[in-house]
Design a protein around this ligand. Structure first.
Ligand SMILES: [Zn+2]
Length: 205
């Protein structure tokens, strides 16, 4: 069994008083919600990891992100933990583009290393699957104040003794290329393969 574990925190969803859909894009006249798509992606990642015998859990039901992180840590005692926040729009509001981002805490070298592996593995998996979407992914150190929203999610992991966090933003739902991509199950599958390969190593196939 791997000494490394992956805990996925899909963004948005349950809040104290409502369901938060996150960003909403439109594809063919149908609304596409970030909260729903990242949960589909998380489940695909988890299944692929479990098929390979790799520890992977999903924590998307608590109303507070800190509670989701606490549940993730509790799920993997004794492991080195990668906390992966999944979003499809936490970037600069209204300025989404046809690339994606992997963000890390600027203080975290482990986070930067994981982010670099993911920005290599995700486009490789997309290309291997013959999906001409989202080939370009960029590493971003989530410095305040530009990246306040990402920093709010990443910074709590700084205190973990054996873990670090990254925030994946593989597409932007407010960009046509992003919304066109993430409605496709083949794209979700390729993204998931890239995430498993980026975190655990090995091929994306
Ligand atoms: Zn989001």
């Amino acid at each position: 069994m791997s000494d490394l574990a992956l805990a996925l925190i899909p963004g948005h969803g349950p809040r104290a008083d409502r369901w938060d859909p996150g960003a909403v894009g439109v594809n063919g006249g149908i609304s596409i919600e970030e909260a729903e798509r990242v949960r589909v992606l998380a489940e695909r990642v988890r299944l692929l990891a479990v098929e390979r015998g790799l520890p992977c859990t999903i924590h998307g039901t608590a109303k507070q992100y800190r509670q989701r992180q606490a549940e993730a840590v509790a799920a993997h005692p004794g492991k080195r933990l990668v906390l992966a926040h999944l979003h499809l729009n936490a970037g600069l509001a209204g300025r989404g583009s046809d690339y994606g981002l992997v963000l890390h805490d600027p203080r975290s070298t482990a986070g930067a290393d994981t982010a670099r592996r993911l920005v290599d593995a995700i486009p490789a998996a997309m290309a291997a699957a013959g999906q001409p979407y989202l080939r370009s992914q960029r590493v971003v150190a989530a410095a305040r104040p530009t990246w306040d929203r990402a920093a709010n999610l990443l910074e709590p992991a700084w205190a973990l003794p054996h873990g670090h966090a990254v925030l994946l933003e593989p597409a932007f739902l407010d960009h046509p290329a992003g919304v066109t991509a993430v409605v496709r199950s083949a794209v979700i599958d390729a993204l998931a393969r890239g995430i498993v390969a980026g975190v655990f190593g090995g091929s994306a196939a």
